[in-house]
Design a protein around this ligand. Structure first.
Ligand SMILES: Nc1ncnc2c1ncn2[C@@H]1O[C@H](COP(=O)(O)OP(=O)(O)OP(=O)(O)O)[C@@H](O)[C@H]1O
Length: 261
């Protein structure tokens, strides 16, 4: 017994990487966009990704769920290798990853509720009754229960984004990727969407990678933050330290620029 205890692994479960990114290189033709990115994200961790326009943030998100192929390196999600995955595995990785975009991408001809129920019914084979029940519960979770039968054009930007988050959650993802989810919104609407993301993380302990320049949000939710510049990691640190006391001059300059923006 004592010997077992002494030889028991000492690495805590929390350090197990849910996303493992190793030396990733990605280019579009002759243009190198990601130049050797390596980072792990643990289960339940929130990683905030920031950096100047064109530095490769969206490309990295798309590589994580296999929407883009990489030229070198490796990415695994939940123990599944993305770059060597066959079509079935790739489909599983994508289905278990919720992707929330800057511009919502809701189906304009469908109500809020139909936007949420369509994929679980068509892709997962969930019955209409169950999908509607679950859809209404998700609308309630994002504070949109009154708007189930309303079309996207009748909603504010913040409300559309909350429906988009509920739609992603309807697929019961184990990972959520957010690509600048609040940058198309005015300040008041930003806060309502950020609250919903905080709540989702809190209630589901979901692993998240969030491209955002919302410092207050990042400090309150993110475990870690990272600055990308020209496809390279400039700095990666616990979120509070990253935003309050960064090591790199490039990070300090970037943070000053977004604060003054
Ligand atoms: N499909 C594509 N084909 C060719 N070049 C692309 C493609 N997608 C992105 N790029 C280029 O890759 C670079 C990185 O783009 P990406 O969208 O990842 O940057 P970003 O950091 O998310 O920028 P932003 O903050 O402006 O959204 C840019 O120079 C962009 O023009």
């Amino acid at each position: 017994m004592a010997a077992d205890l002494m030889t028991a692994p000492t690495v805590p479960a929390a350090t197990t990487a849910f996303i493992r990114i190793r030396d990733v290189h990605k280019s579009y033709g002759a243009v190198s966009v990601l130049n050797g990115i390596s980072i792990d994200v643990a289960q339940g961790e929130v990683l905030v990704l920031c950096g100047p326009s064109g530095c490769g943030k969206s490309t990295l998100l798309r590589c994580i769920n296999g929407l883009e192929t990489i030229q070198r390196g490796g990415i695994s999600v939940g123990g599944r290798n993305v770059e060597t995955a066959n079509a079935d595995t790739l489909q599983q990785i994508r289905l278990s990853t919720g992707f929330v975009f800057q511009n919502f991408n809701l189906f304009p001809h469908m109500t809020a509720l139909d936007n949420i129920t369509i994929a679980p019914m068509k892709i997962l084979g969930v019955s209409q009754r169950e999908a509607v029940e679950q859809g209404r519960a998700l609308l309630e979770q994002v504070g949109m229960q009154e708007k189930a039968d309303v079309y996207p054009f009748q909603l504010s930007g913040g409300q559309r984004q909350r429906v988009a988050i509920a739609r992603a959650l309807a697929m019961k993802p184990s990972l959520m990727l957010f690509d600048e989810p609040t940058s198309a919104l005015d300040p008041e609407m930003r806060e309502e969407v950020l609250q919903v993301i905080r709540k989702v993380h809190h209630e589901h302990n979901m692993t998240m990678v969030v491209v955002t320049h919302e410092i207050g949000f990042a400090k309150s939710v993110a475990s870690r933050a990272m600055l990308l510049d020209a496809g390279r990691i400039v700095e990666e640190a616990p979120a509070r330290r990253f935003f309050e006391n960064p090591t790199e001059e490039r990070t300090r300059r970037f943070l000053r620029a977004i604060i003054n923006d």
